[in-house]
Ligand binder design. Structure first.
Ligand SMILES: C=C(O[C@H]1C=CC=C(C(=O)O)[C@@H]1O)C(=O)O
Length: 409
């Protein structure tokens, strides 16, 4: 089902992009909530205000969003003095993981600030009023409670999935659970985003419609005819007094983790290949983050036609980094064993511009924030050799970025 776009989307809007002086993007967000962001190591986009919005759900959500964005951008009066990916009209995108339930959203801000390759710009869409920057607020306390799937039930779900895989029902499934965090004051999105950006410069820090996070995984970036992706699957985390080097050597030689990674790479590369004239895969190598290390591969391709990023995202989602193998069987098992509404966790998140270019990450290491409450999500790839206790520890390690950011650590 698709909901109607906001009434202002039918009006002819002025879009003006001009060069600007480079400044720290996240520190320019004026409001504590409704932040829009896609920033990695100081580069990217932030936005605020809402010039237009589109919501969709169901199996046609990507196609509906793509159509709406084409229609919307075709009506605009655009003057773009920068002419880079991300200048001109931009929508921040966050798609639901599942066909049902869940809603997907595209938000077109009134103001966008961008920085790329050392160049910065400002885009206005419509006629935004000037906004003063409100002081950033930090919570004094954050308390935690079980989410819809407690840690104990998560462990049970993983054990049940392992049994199914040992019976040969499927090869891999990614199971997640949630955790509720409650702060003593309404959560300031900027406080969380700044904490994530400071500690995770190798990740894409994002915010769309209250979904905040720092993902290390890029589903797909489209820049003209070039596409690239960073596929992650197979994880280790600091434990047992082992050094980072020992842990990473063990990860690179672990048949269980290499198998998990192989399913994820194959799901991405096999689906992307028909859209490309050339495609190469490099990896795996180890991506080291402060909380976990992942097996990581890069896929680079040249498109044969001009499919938009959203239509490519539709084909690729969900990869076996968040779904499983075979995909349809894994989705059914996720519904059966998780019993969790993932919302937009593990769905594509990022931005698109008026040329169909943009970046879509996978919404990992995130929380859905509403007022003083945040629902954190983390999941793990499960194969027949998985150990439920280890997967519980891994999910815990994956929640650390959001916990630390909420608590200001
Ligand atoms: C599903 C998540 O991570 C995925 C991405 C990287 C490594 C993963 C793993 O090793 O299980 C997961 O496939 C998550 O962080 O919630």
């Amino acid at each position: 089902m698709t909901t109607a776009p906001a009434s202002r989307t039918r009006q002819r809007l002025r879009v003006r992009t001009a060069r600007a002086t480079g400044e720290d993007l996240l520190s320019r967000l004026p409001h504590p909530d409704h932040a829009l962001a896609w920033v990695r190591d100081g580069s990217g986009l932030v936005g605020w205000g809402e010039a237009a919005r589109f919501e969709a759900s169901g199996p046609t959500r990507f196609a509906d969003a793509d159509r709406w964005w084409r229609d919307f951008t075709s009506t605009l009066d655009v003057q773009d003095d920068v002419g880079q990916p991300g200048s001109g009209p931009v929508a921040f995108v966050s798609m639901a993981f599942a066909d049902e339930p869940g809603h997907s959203v595209l938000v077109v801000p009134e103001v966008v600030l961008g920085t790329r390759d050392g160049r910065s710009w400002t885009t206005t869409i419509g006629q935004p009023s000037p906004a003063d920057i409100a002081p950033v607020r930090r919570p004094s306390t954050v308390r935690y409670a079980d989410g819809r799937l407690s840690v104990t039930d998560y462990r049970g779900a993983v054990a049940a999935a392992v049994a199914r895989m040992r019976d040969g029902d499927l090869d891999k499934v990614v199971l997640a659970h949630d955790l509720l965090a409650v702060a003593d004051v309404p959560i300031d999105h900027r406080f969380v985003l700044e904490g994530l950006a400071r500690r995770y410069p190798d990740c894409w820090v994002y915010a769309v419609d209250g979904l905040l996070g720092a993902t290390p995984e890029l589903l797909l970036r489209r820049t003209g005819e070039l596409v690239d992706s960073r596929v992650l699957a197979g994880t280790t985390w600091p434990h047992d007094g082992m050094s980072d080097e020992e842990l990473e050597a063990a990860l690179m030689s672990s048949p269980k983790n290499l198998e998990e990674h192989d399913y994820a790479i194959r799901s991405l590369a096999d689906t992307l290949k028909p859209f490309c004239t050339t495609m190469s895969v490099e990896g795996p190598s180890v991506l080291r983050l402060p909380n976990v290390s992942h097996l990581s591969s890069d896929v680079i391709g040249t498109l044969s036609g001009s499919p938009s990023l959203l239509r490519l995202g539709e084909a690729l989602h969900p990869t076996a980094a968040v779904g499983g193998t075979p995909r349809a069987d894994a989705i059914r098992l996720i519904e059966e064993l998780e019993g969790l509404d993932r919302g937009r966790y593990a769905g594509p998140v990022g931005w698109i511009d008026g040329n169909g270019d943009g970046e879509l990450g996978i919404a990992l290491r995130c929380a859905q924030v509403e007022g003083s409450t945040a629902r954190l999500y983390a999941g793990c790839g499960i194969v027949a050799e998985s150990d439920p206790d280890s997967e519980v520890c891994e999910a815990h390690a994956k929640m650390r970025p959001m916990r630390d950011a909420l608590e200001g650590r």
